[in-house]
Design a protein around this ligand. Structure first.
Ligand code: TA6
Length: 277
């Protein structure tokens, strides 16, 4: 599904309620990155865009055979509303279509919906309604891939002093962020207890990308670097150099308990500004 308006263009897939690309008119390069070698296989994650990780993040807590990052990103969603807003932006609402298979993996009566606003900013609100008569605990993320000039040149501000789980090499080593995040090797970190806005400073593309959020207390930063990207096989030649994930999440110690009968929303806003570096 293509969305083109006075402010921006975007492509969405019904599979996973997945935003695959977004480019404001003010930019000559996409802001949300999509791999040139992305596979569009039903049931498989799409390499790039903003995958919806839900109702768990990473490996399932008790059953490692269940899909990594939950099932929401690999099942069909349906459009429930579209709206042209007064400011010229476009709003699209989608909801996950439950099946016997999803109910087997997730036996809670919840409804998952996403509202996407394509404009000079990209706004995404992921809402979980707990319709059951017991509390439900979820892990989740808007696993956003951002397009950058080169991973070795960028810095990410906003996480200074935050504690994080270093997942590289399958470890779970606790560390603390000293200064901006910079990259010189595979990087896979879950920053905990932070609702801070992050800013990706990109001197090569001469822009800053702002990643603001609410209802999210973890931020995941990921770049696979050479070896892991080659193993994954869907980054294309050196594709990993042109992307970084800054994921607004509730993961690890920040999983969310949604009281029965209530709603929890994880929302993000992405925008850019010129930056001379
Ligand atoms: O968010 C980082 C991460 O958990 C990495 O460890 C890597 O697995 C990445 O997500 C992509 O996972 P995927 O299942 O989309 O290949």
């Amino acid at each position: 599904m293509e969305v083109i308006n006075a402010h921006a263009s975007a492509t969405l897939a019904l599979q996973g309620g997945h935003i695959m690309s977004w480019q404001p008119k003010s930019e000559t390069e996409p802001v949300v990155w999509l791999s040139r070698a992305a596979n569009f296989t039903p049931g498989k994650s799409i390499r790039g865009g903003v995958p919806v990780c839900w109702p768990w993040f990473g490996t399932h807590a008790t059953d490692p055979k269940r899909p990594t990052h939950g099932f929401a990103r690999t099942v069909p969603w349906e459009v429930t509303a579209t709206r042209a807003l007064d400011n010229g932006a476009t709003e699209i609402a989608l909801t996950l279509v439950e099946t016997d298979q999803t109910r087997t993996m997730w036996p809670h009566r919840t409804k998952l919906s996403i509202t996407i606003t394509v404009g000079p900013r990209l706004k995404i609100a992921l809402a979980t309604d707990n319709l059951g008569n017991e509390d439900a605990v979820i892990g989740e993320a808007l696993h956003a891939y951002f397009h950058i000039g080169d991973i070795a040149d960028i810095r990410i501000g906003g996480l200074e002093g935050c504690d994080y789980l270093d997942k590289v090499g399958g470890g779970n080593v606790h560390r603390r962020q000293d200064g901006p995040v910079v990259f010189s090797a595979e990087t896979d970190r879950i920053y905990s207890n932070t609702d801070a806005e992050c800013v990706i400073e990109d001197p090569r593309l001469k822009r800053r990308i702002h990643v603001a959020k609410s209802g999210s207390y973890s931020t995941v930063v990921w770049n696979p670097w050479t070896e892991k990207a080659n193993k994954m096989g869907d980054f294309g030649p050196d594709g990993w150099r042109g992307m970084v994930c800054v994921e607004s999440a509730n993961a690890a110690e920040n999983v969310v308990t949604i009281r029965k009968g209530s709603r929890h929303t994880l929302a993000v806003e992405y925008w850019t500004e010129k930056y001379s570096g």
